[in-house]
Write a protein that binds this ligand. Structure first.
Ligand SMILES: Cc1cc2nc3c(=O)[nH]c(=O)nc-3n(C[C@H](O)[C@H](O)[C@H](O)COP(=O)(O)O)c2cc1C
Length: 292
């Protein structure tokens, strides 16, 4: 199945999921299912690798390097934070028939993630439907205090990328490659439609080896915290613009890295995200949060 996915991705076209040969996959499965599903174990089972990771990353961390504040440079304060926080929900479906957002909304969202502090998280963007912006692959550089970061990233990514600076209210936004990346984005996101039916989706690509070497193993989880903070910021900014967002923790990092041409661990993708116009799922009960 992975091979089929890779073959389809390489053609870089928007294809439907029917290209995966489900019949062939099912051929060796028995027609009827017999047996009893395992029940959840009532006792604790240790999983050594998790404890080893916890041990490796639990030394004192460098809090001063974590993202603490955001400085949205292109937006006036219009709402009370409480109003937005209480409204924030993850979209479970995106409306592909009404996915277009304005360039100003796109820029406002991106600007909201930029910080004055050191931020080694770059946003690799699959732009599907943003007014006055060509469909394709873009990157918004983070604000790394490593002056070689930009060159390192350039040399790590495919040399066919054009790296054209985009005329934008947001600094450091580059156009890499034109094309319809909906199928690619969906495939990378464990086949979730929310990644392709949105206005854009993105992967958070962080400088990895250098960060671990410089700060120690605990930097591994701090990089996740930074990505999580950017994700929460995007959730709130999208809500304030009457758009919808969803964090995507289910993604195929190896395929994403392959699409970008990354062949080592100098840069790694730690979290993905999608923003568009959500559709309400009427099968679900929706109640006001924090009623009591
Ligand atoms: C780190 C993270 C990863 C997530 N990954 C996915 C995902 O891959 N697919 C998805 O549909 N939702 C994903 N979500 C959204 C969660 O399903 C959602 O946050 C959760 O159901 C709670 O709903 P709420 O965000 O509306 O409060 C993710 C959320 C977070 C914070």
């Amino acid at each position: 199945m992975l091979l089929l996915i890779r073959q389809n991705i390489n053609t870089n076209e928007d294809k439907s999921i029917t290209n995966i040969d489900v019949l062939a996959l099912r051929k060796n499965l028995q027609k009827d299912y017999f047996g009893t599903a395992n029940t959840l174990s009532s006792s604790r089972h240790s999983w050594d690798i998790l404890e080893q990771i916890e041990e490796a990353v639990s030394t004192t961390h460098s809090k001063q390097d974590l993202i603490k504040s955001y400085s949205n440079t292109i937006r006036k304060c219009e709402y009370e934070s409480k109003e937005i926080v209480l409204k924030r929900r993850s979209a479970q479906m995106m409306n592909k028939d009404d996915s277009k957002i304005s360039k100003n909304q796109f820029e406002t969202l991106l600007a909201s993630t930029l910080t004055k502090e050191d931020n080694p998280v770059n946003l690799v963007l699959f732009v599907h439907n943003v007014e006055n912006l060509e469909e394709g692959l873009y990157v918004l550089l983070g604000n790394s205090n490593d002056e070689n970061d930009e060159n390192d990233l350039k040399s790590c990514l495919k040399d066919t990328f054009v790296w054209e600076k985009v005329q934008s209210k947001v600094d450091n936004l580059y156009f890499l490659q034109a094309g319809d990346f909906k199928y690619t984005a969906k495939t990378i996101s464990c086949n979730q439609d929310i990644a392709s039916n949105s206005a854009f989706s993105l992967g958070m690509l962080v400088q990895f080896d250098k960060q671990i070497q410089k700060y120690g193993a605990h930097r591994y989880k701090e990089l996740y915290w930074n990505c999580g903070a950017i994700g929460q910021q995007l959730y709130l900014e999208a809500t304030s613009l009457d758009l919808s967002a969803t964090g995507i923790g289910c993604f195929l990092d190896d395929i994403f890295h392959e699409v970008l041409g990354i062949k080592n661990t100098s840069y790694q993708s730690l979290y993905h995200f999608t923003i568009g116009r959500g559709l309400f799922d009427t099968r679900l009960t929706n109640e006001e949060p924090y009623q009591n």
